[in-house]
Structures are given as structure tokens and as C-alpha cells.
Design a protein around this ligand. Structure first.
Ligand code: NDP
Length: 337
């Protein structure tokens, strides 16, 4: 089967030549296993850290000469697992390849999805790990309450566009977001129901927050860290809460370590800053799936994806995601058999 391999670790910023599409044999199907043809693959910022040898995140790093992996959704072509017949749709971790043999541990009921309930891409986006991350961060980590003013960064991205919409459904009174460029800012208000948006490239975020939330904010859902986290600490009201979800601004050379000095704000205002890894909160998944499926059905929230076609274009999709080329969830769609 065709797979995307890491050729070498990036020297600075990742580049297309760091990746290659190669042919690899598939192992024979053992008892309990499934042969799956991938239809959609998730493209995630966390892959950036996994390209390096040093930075260890919450999962293993990639190895030069070996295929990448990541979340994906596929259709079962052959099954030696009676509870998952051919034709079933399953979510799993062996993306970045056309076909995969899934181990019994990956083939329990939890991986199966119902295409009648929502379109396939939504199962990797709003109803997948992406939406779940937004939900956990707001509902459990930041404990969004009715009346809150909520600020979300990388607000037009996958997690951010879900977070803005979910914050409103959880009772937030005012939701503001930042994104790169005027087009994304317009979308935040027009499509994702944000009350106001600011372009972090065009205006210091500290000034934008003073303008858009003069009374301060109660919750910050942080996808980017750095300057925006510092700005949020200034804007937070006493007792405010911060869900630390990700640090997009801290990849590569853009490390503004001086911003850490702003943490005195957390002391002065008795803030709660809490980091989280979504996989520690599986107990919340049934509640998440049933609520978000309802919101999707009623049209109260919308799922938006940026879809790139073809396995060979997957590395470009990752580079584009890191540079802000996506609105909503970045996915790669694989064509035909
Ligand atoms: P996104 O769809 O949000 O894509 C990343 C976005 O980051 C880009 O579109 C870009 O948008 C923005 N960006 C890139 N560089 C910068 C920068 N220097 N400053 C500000 N924004 C920047 O990705 P996801 O929704 O998948 O992930 C969002 C965040 O959530 C990431 O930090 C990720 O690591 C984190 N995450 C955390 C999880 C957890 O368990 N804690 C689970 C899943 C994701 P723009 O054009 O606006 O710059």
C-alpha cells in the first residue's frame, strides 16, 4: 500500500522534501484484525513536534524511513472480526497511508461510526477528537458558565471554530476570537457566530481585547500561547479561567519567552490556568457526542472542513495547516480503490 514516510527530520521549518510517498507491503490479516481502506485523514498541529527527535509530546515521535501516522477514517474491506463486518466505517490511528491492517485492540465498537448520523468528515472534525477537545476545554477545564465572556485564539481553525460555537451553546454571553487575516475574521462573525473578531497580525492582541471586551474576559481558550496568552492574562477578570489547549505560536523561531513574565497577572487576579490533554477525559465523550449531534441536527452549530485531495498532497496539507491555510478542520481525502 502507499504510505507517507518521513525522509529526514526537518532542518528548521518542515519542507516537502522531508516527506515521500512510498510503497510498503501490508501484513496478512490475523484473527480479529481488519483491512481498512482510508477515506479521510486528519491533519494535526501536534504532528509538527513529532517530526523532531527531541521534543517529546504525548505520543511517540516519527522516525526517518518510517511511515507517519495519525487519526483517520476508513471503510472495512476485509474483516476477521465478526462484530465489524466489511463495509463498516471505522475511526483509527493509522492514517497517512492508503490501507491499514488494524489490530484487535483498535477494532472494538468504539472505533465504529454511523454515517447516517453525520457526514464522514464530521466524524474527524466537529464530532471527532477536534470537537471533543473544544468541548473538554470549555465544559470541564474552563467551566464556561452562562454570562461569561469567552476569548478563543486560532478561532477559525478546527478546535477554535468548534470552541466559539460550543461556548455560545454552553451559555456564554459574548464570544470573541482572533485569527490571521481579514477573511478569517469575517468568517468568525458570519459563519461561526463570534460576536467580534480581531486579526492578530494586524493589531496587538492586547489592544484588540481592550477594544472588544472593555469589561474584561472570564475565560480564555488558548490555542496559541505567547503574545496572545500574555494579552489574555491582562484582559482576564479576577477569578478568570484559562484552558491551555495548544501553543501554535511556539513552534519554530517565534518563541517570545518574555511573555512568561505576564504570569504575575495570574497571581494578582487569582486566575486558574489549567493545561489538558483531551485523551484523559474519555468519560465525557458520550455526553459530548450526544450534545454535539443534537446541535448539528438543529443547525445550531456547523461543521466546516478544508479538504485536500490525494495522499501525495498530505505533506503539503500539513505545511499549509501550520501556516494558517485552513478554515475549520484540515483533512486529506483519499480517492478511489
Ligand atoms: P487549527 O485548525 O487551529 O490549525 C492551526 C492554526 O493555527 C492555523 O490555521 C493558524 O491559523 C494558527 N496559527 C499558526 N501559527 C500561528 C501563530 N504563530 N500564532 C497564532 N496562530 C497561529 O489546528 P487544530 O484546531 O487541530 O489545533 C488547535 C490547537 O489545539 C493546536 O495548538 C493543537 O496543538 C491543540 N490541540 C490540543 C489538544 C489537547 O489535547 N490539548 C488536542 C488537539 C489539538 P491563523 O491563520 O489564524 O494564524
Amino acid at each position: 500500500t502507499r504510505v507517507v514516510c518521513l525522509v529526514r527530520r526537518p532542518d528548521g521549518e518542515p519542507a516537502p522534501a522531508d516527506f515521500a510517498v512510498e510503497e510498503r507491503p501490508l501484513p496478512p490479516l490475523a484473527e480479529g484484525q481488519l483491512l481498512v481502506r482510508n477515506l479521510y485523514m486528519s491533519v494535526d498541529p501536534s504532528m509538527r513536534g513529532r517530526l523532531e527527535s527531541t521534543e517529546k509530546h504525548y505520543t511517540h515521535n516519527f522516525t526517518p524511513g518510517s511511515p507517519l501516522d495519525g487519526r483517520a477514517l476508513g471503510v472495512v474491506e476485509e474483516s476477521r472480526c465478526p462484530s465489524v463486518p466489511p463495509g463498516s466505517f471505522v475511526r483509527h490511528q493509522l492514517g497517512w497511508r492508503e490501507r491499514a491492517v488494524l489490530d484487535p485492540a483498535d477494532t472494538d465498537g468504539a472505533g465504529r461510526i454511523d454515517p447516517e448520523l453525520a457526514p464522514l468528515p464530521t466524524w474527524l472534525g466537529l464530532l471527532g477528537q477536534t470537537g471533543f477537545t473544544a468541548y473538554v476545554g470549555l465544559a470541564r477545564i474552563a467551566e464556561v458558565r452562562p454570562g461569561d465572556t469567552v476569548f478563543v485564539s486560532a478561532a477559525a481553525g478546527a478546535v477554535g471554530s468548534a470552541a466559539g460555537q460550543f461556548a455560545r451553546m454552553l451559555g456564554a454571553e459574548r464570544v470573541i476570537g482572533t485569527a490571521g487575516g481579514p477573511d478569517k475574521c469575517a468568517l468568525l462573525v458570519k459563519e461561526f457566530g463570534y460576536d467580534a473578531a480581531a486579526d492578530y497580525r494586524a493589531e496587538p492582541v492586547r489592544e484588540a481585547l481592550a477594544r472588544l471586551a472593555p469589561e474584561g474576559i472570564d475565560v480564555y481558550f488558548d490555542n496559541v500561547g505567547g503574545e496572545q496568552l500574555a494579552a489574555a492574562l491582562h484582559a482576564l477578570r479576577p477569578g478568570g479561567r484559562v484552558a491551555l489547549c495548544g501553543m501554535m505560536s511556539q513552534f519554530g523561531g517565534d518563541r517570545r519567552s518574555a511573555d512568561i513574565n505576564q504570569l504575575i497577572q495570574a497571581v494578582l487576579k487569582r486566575l486558574t490556568l489549567r493545561g489538558f490533554i483531551v485523551r484523559d477525559h474519555e468519560d465525557l465523550r458520550p455526553e459530548f457526542e450526544s450534545r454535539v449531534a443534537d446541535w448539528l441536527r438543529s443547525g445550531d452549530v456547523l461543521a466546516r472542513e478544508t479538504v485536500v485531495d490525494g495522499l501525495e498532497n498530505a505533506p503539503e496539507a500539513l505545511l499549509s495547516l501550520l501556516a494558517g491555510g485552513n478554515v475549520g478542520k484540515m483533512l486529506v481525502r483519499l480517492d478511489g480503490p
